[in-house]
Design a protein around this ligand. Structure first.
Ligand SMILES: Nc1nc2c(c(=O)[nH]1)N[C@H]1C(S)=C(S)[C@@H](COP(=O)(O)OP(=O)(O)OC[C@H]3O[C@@H](n4cnc5c(=O)[nH]c(N)nc54)[C@H](O)[C@@H]3O)O[C@H]1N2
Ligand SMILES: Nc1nc2c(c(=O)[nH]1)N[C@H]1C(S)=C(S)[C@@H](COP(=O)(O)OP(=O)(O)OC[C@H]3O[C@@H](n4cnc5c(=O)[nH]c(N)nc54)[C@H](O)[C@@H]3O)O[C@H]1N2
Ligand code: SF4
Ligand SMILES: [Mo]
Length: 734
């Protein structure tokens, strides 16, 4: 690649985007050169595809110059990106050129975890895996193989694993991310919030963000809509112990004591109900159990909430009135990564209830009803039924864990204990379980019980370090994937297609999953020869074709109603058919029918709560080796309040280690002494502190939050793992 030119160009594009986060205004304008056509012009070729630098799947246009990947911009025809990518999306070319990429299949030599490998052929690797899987099936049954997978690239692995006979498929995006939110909303409205979130941020007149750090959390469409809402003069209320970028845009900033949001939510509802500020007609028409709810929240006055949250009663009242003034275009954002304290499904339910009081569900500026295109699935033979059922949640211990695959930590527990039945093989696709699950010791302990650990990744991640076999995947710019048929405000179909060839012996997921199925004697599940046939079949049955979608990357459908007053049926799929202010199903199962507050455990003396989140230029722990993104941020710092830093004699730039309540010591990390955080907590950007030596650029740079998260609190409703329950102190470095 022409490194200088593309880097200069890249920095220009991303600093425009980052400028937004710091200085306000919109993201960079749509480039007039971004033509959504598959064109060759003076050695320049444009190929539309969709981004995979995170899981938002923005439509993009890749540019090639003289046959080489040059740059990526947003696809103006795509409803998610609307022609603009976030800095990570723009930096996607770095994923193709990353010198740390896995290049060929590797098999472990010696002990697990010692990171010594022999390079093998694809046939050798897949034969080894298929033989092991047949042995496991013969001895323990097919359910003893589990798949962990994150993102759309896992589609074909899920298919192969189901065909093999296992129902044990899990993703950290449920029990370590947004599961509790969808459970809380489902219990209230009968539907979840889904992804992309059905939030009508663009039209909100008042937007309340509870720890949703938009601007650092760079989910493109939401950041663009947030920016529009600000420009349209919406009132922004931000609740965060840390003065986030979003907080800097807020009319009201509430620096809440961590873990006490439930108290604030109850007090807000108390004010809105007592002062009769709620949408009475809406609540009367759609609400179930409102009087019982009113009685339950009566004790939770702002004066009661003040010592819990440290937010002044006047400020609680003022913000409650502000959000009510703009109803129903008043949106309390449901959040996304909500696995914080273990009472997360109930906190999410409280957020749902507050939205219900404001009448925002089904209304403009609140939650719209998403639509999608109708693209029939491929007609495969039925999967073999499983006699044993899923392994993760014996006796339905977590009654609301259904419907989203299995629980990651449930599979991990079963692997360790052998109960309710043994798990002997793990497939890990595009998820770094060492970083994504709390308590890495338990993950490593579970791995010791396995007969087979296969990791499919693009770089040598920490979990790959523990594998028996590592399979190197082509990055998204080098492959086709499943169609993106998203539920969104506008219906569309998006295509991911190869822009360039893989540089070494990497293969796309569909090819690996299909070859493996064939070696397992499951060829009937792959009646197509190439994914192009599969995609064309699906598209033809929807009235389109692969040839057609390849040109623009996107097919959009006609606008459809998305609000109640546009004709969306005002139905709620709860047991009562209404919005459940009081939940009889929760009561029957022994849970609180209306959310209650439990104070968080206090830190041990001299310890500070460990909080963590995102940086605009990185995705989780997966982009630290990307040369373009690492140039912008190559390590994290620990945010410490200036007064606390002073107490320890620390200043910005000093190097320390963090030690958690269980004695776990982090890598060295730089201090950021700042007034932008409370005195009772510290903050790290997630994804740094890599420990795999093969990650040359990222090895030991910064500290890993994951490593310090040894404790977690399980949500009794749905099995999510609250992870903001760890505390750290500081160890000085000479
Ligand atoms: N401590 C801590 N834990 C967390 C979080 C946190 O903030 N802190 N966040 C939680 C949340 S919100 C989520 S959604 C989860 C996310 O957790 P994960 O999905 O595990 O995210 P990553 O850790 O980035 O791991 C993604 C892996 O996929 C690999 N990868 C990237 N592209 C490709 C590809 O094209 N093909 C293949 N095969 N692999 C690829 C990357 O190299 C990386 O190893 O983690 C959760 N866990
Ligand atoms: N750039 C970038 N963007 C991303 C991602 C990425 O990796 N990189 N990942 C995407 C994914 S999968 C997800 S799930 C989202 C996650 O992003 P979000 O869902 O927006 O945020 P969280 O990770 O839950 O929380 C981080 C914020 O919560 C605050 N916080 C911590 N504890 C508390 C508390 O007790 N109360 C309150 N009110 N606030 C608290 C922190 O200070 C921080 O600002 O980001 C998405 N967007
Ligand atoms: S939000 Fe950014 S990284 Fe995620 S898909 Fe969109 S452009 Fe790519
Ligand atoms: Mo997430």
């Amino acid at each position: 690649m022409d490194v200088t030119l593309s880097r200069r160009r890249f920095l220009k594009i991303s600093s425009a985007a980052l400028g937004w986060s710091v200085a306000g205004g919109t993201l960079g304008k749509i480039s007039p050169r971004a033509s959504a056509a598959n064109a060759t012009n003076g050695g320049i070729e444009t190929i539309p595809t969709y981004c995979d630098m995170c899981f938002w799947k923005c439509g993009a246009i890749a540019y090639k110059r003289n046959g080489k990947l040059w740059k990526i911009e947003g696809n103006p025809e795509d409803p998610l990106s609307r022609g603009r990518l976030c800095p990570r999306g723009t930096g996607g070319i770095g994923a193709h050129y990353d010198p740390d990429r896995l290049r060929a299949p590797l098999m472990r030599k010696g002990e697990r975890g010692n990171e010594q490998w022999v390079q093998v052929t694809w046939d050798e690797a897949l034969n080894f895996i298929a033989d092991k899987m047949q042995q496991i099936k013969a001895e323990y049954g097919p359910e003893a193989v589990a798949l962990f997978s994150h993102g759309i690239g896992g589609t074909f692995f899920k298919h192969t694993i189901k065909a093999y006979g296992s129902p044990n498929i899990a993703a950290p995006s449920f029990a370590q991310c947004r599961g509790p939110r969808d459970t809380g909303f489902n219990l209230t409205f009968g539907e979840g919030v889904s992804t992309p979130e059905r939030t009508d941020i663009r039209h909100a007149r008042c937007l309340t963000l509870i720890g949703s750090h938009l601007g650092e959390n760079m989910h493109n469409t939401q950041v663009q809509e947030f920016s529009e809402a600000i420009q349209n003069g919406a009132s922004i209320i931000v609740v965060d112990p840390r003065y986030s970028i979003a907080a800097s845009k807020a009319k009201y900033y509430l620096p809440i004591k961590p873990g006490t949001d439930m108290a604030l939510l109850l007090a807000w509802m108390n004010v809105i109900v007592n002062e009769e500020l709620y949408d009475k007609a809406y609540v009367k028409k759609y609400g179930f159990g409102f009087e019982a709810f009113r009685a339950e929240i009566a004790p939770y006055t702002p004066e009661w909430a003040y010592p819990e949250t440290t937010i002044e009663p006047d400020l609680i009242r003022a913000t409650a009135r502000e959000m009510a003034k703009h109803k129903p275009a008043s949106l309390i954002h449901p959040g996304r990564h909500v696995t914080w304290y273990g009472d997360d499904a109930q906190r999410s339910r409280a957020i749902a209830l507050l939205n219900a009081l404001l009448g925002s569900w089904g209304r403009k500026g609140g939650f719209y009803s998403p639509v999608s295109m109708d693209v029939p699935s491929y007609p495969y033979p039925p999967y073999p039924p499983s006699e044993k059922g899923k392994v993760d949640n014996p006796h339905e211990k977590y009654p609301y864990a259904h419907g989203h695959g299995a629980l990651t930590t449930g599979i991990r527990d079963a692997t360790i204990t052998g109960e309710p039945y043994p798990v002997k093989g793990w497939f890990v696709y595009a998820t770094n379980l060492i970083n994504a699950l709390p308590n890495e010791k338990e993950t490593i302990e579970a791995i010791q019980h396995l007969d087979l650990l296969v990791v499919i990744d693009v770089i040598p991640s920490e979990i790959a370090g523990w594998a028996d076999v590592i399979l190197p995947e082509s990055v998204y710019l080098e492959r086709y994937d499943e169609l993106n048929v998203e539920w969104f405000r506008d219906p569309f179909i998006a295509l991911r297609q190869p822009v360039v060839e893989s540089p070494h012996n990497q293969k796309p997921n569909w090819w690996i999953a299909k070859k493996l199925a064939e070696k397992l004697g499951l060829s009937e599940y792959y009646p197509w020869n190439h994914i192009e046939e599969y995609l064309d079949y699906r598209l033809k049955h929807a009235g389109y074709s692969l040839a057609e979608i390849k040109k623009k990357g996107i097919i959009t459908g006609a606008k459809q109603p998305i609000y109640f007053d546009e004709g969306v049926p005002d139905e709620f799929y709860t047991p009562s058919g209404k919005i459940e202010f009081y939940s009889l199903q929760l009561k029957e199962k022994g849970f609180d029918p209306v959310p209650k507050y439990t104070p968080p455990d206090p830190p041990p003396p001299g310890f500070y709560r460990l909080l963590y989140g995102r940086a605009p230029v990185h995705s989780f722990g997966r982009t630290q080796t990307n040369p373009l993104l690492a140039d912008m941020m190559d390590e994290n710092s620990v945010w410490i309040h200036v007064d606390i830093a002073r107490r320890y004699g620390l200043k910005t730039g000093d190097t320390i280690r963090l030690k958690n309540q269980d004695g776990v010591l982090s890598n060295k990390v730089k201090v950021l002494a700042t007034e932008r955080i409370r005195t009772d907590c510290v903050y790290l950007v997630h994804g740094f502190g890599h420990k795999n030596k093969m990650l040359k650029r990222a090895y030991m740079k910064g500290a890993s939050d994951a490593e310090l998260i040894t404790r977690y609190k399980i949500d009794p409703l749905m099995g999510g793992t609250g992870m903001n329950v760890n505390f750290v102190t500081f160890e000085m470095e000479a």
